[in-house]
Design a protein around this ligand. Structure first.
Ligand code: UGA
Length: 437
């Protein structure tokens, strides 16, 4: 059992802390937000993540998991200090490292004589870990052994607990063999393969992985647009492509674009990182541009089918979160879409199983939030599926017929097989597949 401190209880920090406590370590998570810390100490999770609250309660009760606002308590004799604070996007797309720098100062102020292995979980530009070491040693008033390890996370929101135990790899980038071995030992109970490399490569693996996944999505979305015009079916195309193991069948779902706290931010940051070494990352800039075009697709379809335009029309938006099983609205396609529809004079009635509270802060004020799918659909001129929640996938298509003024469905996430849609009496448009009218 190791004594571990985690700084930052956002998504990455909290999931990491809870999981490390669950495999038997003594974990103290530190956050500056007192109200949040008090709630977490009662086992209340500030984020919605399947399975997380249960693991929190279990490990608090058995004394493995603690939350505090006091860095000196968290850092006292810690074997490893994890940095898991945010690296928000600056106006130019680069990552803002102010929170990371503050943690470095806090470590210098409170680290005990044992020294520390400082592990960076936050997604940080190449070179940051060495800067962290510099920031800490510069601020230290005595000579201590400080080692830094880059240990990026690859968890997906909505399945983070599952991913922690079933990851494809744990990347450890370090100059120190001893520090790398410590992190390897800490993670051993997860049983996930370890890939060991230098610090800069580990930092780059994180950005390159997210950029590559984003590229897969934008690629399939472009093919989808062409399929839509040629009468081909993007699902069959993706399936046929994915059977080639060199391509792989994951992340080939066409839709109205990727969102979330990672892909949009990390792709822009990598363009900036490339720019910093005088390289124009043309491919990645195109990936971003393609993604920004996707939300226009349902708007164009709606305008085409409602020939008189969207002025005064009721549009039901089903799903607001950037993907299912999360209440996260960050960079969700729904934000741009709702704005475009509102600008065209549509009256939006929206429903999401859990993201509506967060959505209220981000969508236009005129959006009406319905209490159920049926209420959102009631008397609507057109329905747009934005997030592929099971609740919508399992919806009998007769509900569209019964509730809507005219059953026009624009499915931004290809939720239903076309053969199923053909059995219903609805006009159905989706992404990169033939329409069913
Ligand atoms: C992503 C990565 O998948 C994780 O490996 C990584 O750790 C994480 O970012 C991060 O950097 O923290 P996440 O943002 O939680 O995870 O969500 P994903 O499941 O990857 O989905 C991202 C977006 O892509 C969603 O909006 C989703 O709807 C969209 N997507 C995904 C598609 O449009 N098509 C696909 O085939 C797959």
């Amino acid at each position: 059992m190791k004594k571990i401190a985690i700084v930052g209880t956002g998504y990455v920090g909290l999931v990491t802390g809870v999981a490390l406590s669950d495999i038997g370590h003594d974990v103290t998570c530190v956050d500056i937000d007192e109200t949040k810390v008090a709630k977490m100490n009662q086992g209340l999770s500030p984020i919605y993540e399947p399975g997380l609250a249960e693991l929190m309660t279990k490990n608090i009760e058995r004394g493995n998991l603690h939350f505090t606002t006091d860095h000196s308590i968290a850092f006292h004799d810690a074997d490893a200090i994890y940095i898991a604070v945010g690296t928000p996007e600056r106006a130019d797309g680069s990552a803002n490292l102010d929170f990371v720098q503050q943690v470095a100062r806090d470590i210098a102020a409170h680290v005990t004589d044992k020294g520390a292995v400082v592990v960076t979980k936050s997604t940080v530009p190449v070179g940051t870990n060495k800067l962290v070491k510099h920031w800490i040693t510069e601020a230290l008033d005595r000579d201590l052994q400080i080692d830094v390890v880059s240990n990026p996370e690859f968890l997906r929101e909505g399945s983070a607990v599952h991913d922690t135990y079933n990851g494809d790899r744990i990347v450890i980038g370090s100059e120190s063999e001893e520090a790398a071995n410590l992190i390897k030992e800490i993670n051993k109970p997860f049983g996930v393969p370890v890939f060991r490399t230098d610090i800069e490569s580990a930092e780059m693996i994180k950005y390159a992985s997210n950029a590559f996944l984003a590229a897969k999505i934008s690629f399939i979305n472009e093919i989808g647009t062409i399929c839509g015009k040629l009468g081909a079916n993007i699902e069959d195309v993706a399936q046929g492509m994915g059977m080639d193991k060199r391509i792989g069948d994951k992340f080939l779902n066409a839709g109205i674009g990727y969102g979330g706290s990672c892909f949009p931010k990390d792709t822009k940051a990598l363009v900036q990182i490339a720019g910093g070494v005088n390289h124009t990352f043309d491919l990645l800039e195109s990936v971003i541009n393609v993604n920004n075009k996707q939300q226009q697709i349902p708007v164009d379809i709606a305008q085409m089918v409602l020939r008189g335009g969207l002025q005064g029309k009721k549009v039901a938006m089903l799903g607001l979160a950037f993907k299912p099983n999360t209440d996260d609205m960050r960079e969700s396609a729904s934000i741009v879409l709702a704005q475009k529809l509102t600008d065209l004079g549509a009256n939006i009635s929206a429903f999401d199983p859990i993201a509506m509270d967060n959505a209220k802060r981000l969508l236009p004020e005129t959006v009406h939030y319905a209490a159920s799918t049926k209420e959102a659909l009631h008397d609507a001129d057109v329905a747009i599926i934005v997030t592929e929640w099971d609740e919508f996938k399992d919806l009998p298509l007769t509900v569209f017929e019964q509730e809507m003024k005219q059953p026009i469905v624009i499915d931004g996430r290809n939720c239903y097989p076309l053969s199923y849609v053909e059995t219903a009496n609805i006009d159905y448009y989706s992404i990169g597949r033939p329409s069913v009218i």
